[in-house]
Design a protein around this ligand. Structure first.
Ligand SMILES: NC(=O)c1ccc[n+]([C@@H]2O[C@H](COP(=O)([O-])OP(=O)(O)OC[C@H]3O[C@@H](n4cnc5c(N)ncnc54)[C@H](O)[C@@H]3O)[C@@H](O)[C@H]2O)c1
Length: 352
């Protein structure tokens, strides 16, 4: 098909090869993996042999290949701003991996670049397309949980890592690694209206000098609290999502959602509290007073949002924006807002 977007991947590591290259193969009518470049010749070799694409060793030649329309940047995080600027100035569309930069100042540079090159720059906040995230938003919108006043987001593992992602000077640490995904979710849940931030960073199991256990609590202007825990030092993973609402709760782990909510048809009689003494079995049978029993509904369902998405669904969204001028679901301003939170966390928190 003539209208495919020819892609060059800059950086052929876990993200560049295992995700970008592999995912492009899922959308052959929209994208063609044209070429790539890595400083490691062995990785260039994989690109040629496994994906049949062209490997470059010279950055200028790669960036100036007239056949390449879009550069997908998957180099190390500290290089993202500079590589983005070079790819844009070579006239290419740019798909930029998270984190788009390492600081809010970097974020403002990216914002300025997006204004200098309108419609050319797209942040790869691919977990915005995670099926559980989208299904949970649909459940919240249905109202069955009432007013969701607290959300806990966890990504737990125990990893004795020793690569660059554990070293501060290399842009490592969970704040730059998983932080952009989970903070992005949190800001979505708060409609970007943050009133307060509390945070704590620790180093638990990773071997470098960067944090691998993060706790961030955001309180929204609405009063909703988002409690985030990203950890490479938690041996017993907890649910990825826990929601508490005024009419129910939800947990989600992997593909499983557990819901418990008050029957939507149940309306409680208006009853005033009184300063009386509860019955002796108080609490056992909801009998602190003579209130009607709660009619609970409990369900175990599989994650299946009405509009099915997976994290690689960001590619067709990208295509639609580049080719059909559709609004990209992740704005630059939203990606920059993530860095604003990250900066605040770094300022607030020292760790050892
Ligand atoms: N969105 C996601 O789901 C996701 C997942 C993993 C990683 N990432 C992001 O992708 C980026 C890369 O992470 P990774 O885990 O793939 O790291 P990695 O170390 O596995 O890969 C980086 C690759 O870039 C190459 N490289 C470094 N400097 C280069 C240069 N100047 N020119 C060409 N190649 C160069 C390295 O040799 C390596 O192959 C990070 O910023 C990370 O945050 C995103």
């Amino acid at each position: 098909m003539t209208d495919t977007i020819k892609v060059g991947i800059w950086g052929l590591g876990r993200a560049g090869l295992n995700m970008h290259a592999a995912e492009l193969g899922l959308y052959p009518e929209q994208f063609e993996l044209h070429s790539g470049i890595d400083i490691d010749p062995a990785r260039n070799q994989i690109l040629v042999e496994k994906y049949g694409a062209k490997a470059y060793t010279n950055e200028d030649a790669f960036l100036n290949d007239p056949e390449v329309e879009l550069i997908s940047i998957a180099t190390r995080s500290p290089d993202h701003v500079a590589h983005c600027e070079r790819a844009l100035s070579a006239g290419k569309y740019v798909f930029l991996e998270k984190p788009i930069g390492l600081s809010y100042t970097d974020g403002l540079k990216i914002l300025a670049l997006s204004q200098q090159y309108p419609g050319k720059l797209y942040p790869r906040q691919n977990r915005r397309f995670e099926a559980p995230f989208n299904h949970i938003k649909e459940i919240m919108a249905s109202g069955i949980l009432g007013d969701v006043y607290e959300i806990k987001l966890c990504r737990h593992s125990f990893q004795r890592r020793s690569d660059w992602q554990t070293i501060v000077e290399c842009g490592g640490g969970q704040l730059n690694n998983w932080g952009p995904h989970i903070i992005d979710h949190a800001l979505q849940f708060l409609d970007y209206k943050v009133a307060e931030i509390w945070s704590d960073l620790k180093k638990v199991a990773a071997l470098g000098n960067a944090e691998d256990h993060i706790k961030i609590v955001l309180k929204g202007e609405s009063g909703r609290v988002i409690d985030m825990e990203i950890s490479g030092g938690a041996a017993l993973p907890q649910n990825e999502y826990t929601l508490f609402g005024t009419r129910g709760a939800l947990t989600c782990q992997g593909a499983d959602i557990h819901l418990k909510y008050i029957d939507p048809d149940q309306e409680f009689q208006k009853t005033e509290a009184f300063a009386g003494t509860p019955s002796l079995d108080g609490g056992v049978s909801n009998a602190y007073a003579d209130l009607e029993p709660v009619k609970w509904v409990e369900e175990h369902i599989k994650v299946a949002p009405q509009k099915p998405t997976q994290i690689h669904s960001i590619w067709p969204a990208l295509y639609d924006s580049v080719r059909n001028n559709a609004k990209f679901p992740v704005s630059i301003e939203q990606a920059v807002a993530v860095l604003k939170v990250t900066d605040q966390v770094k300022k607030n928190t020292s760790f050892s």
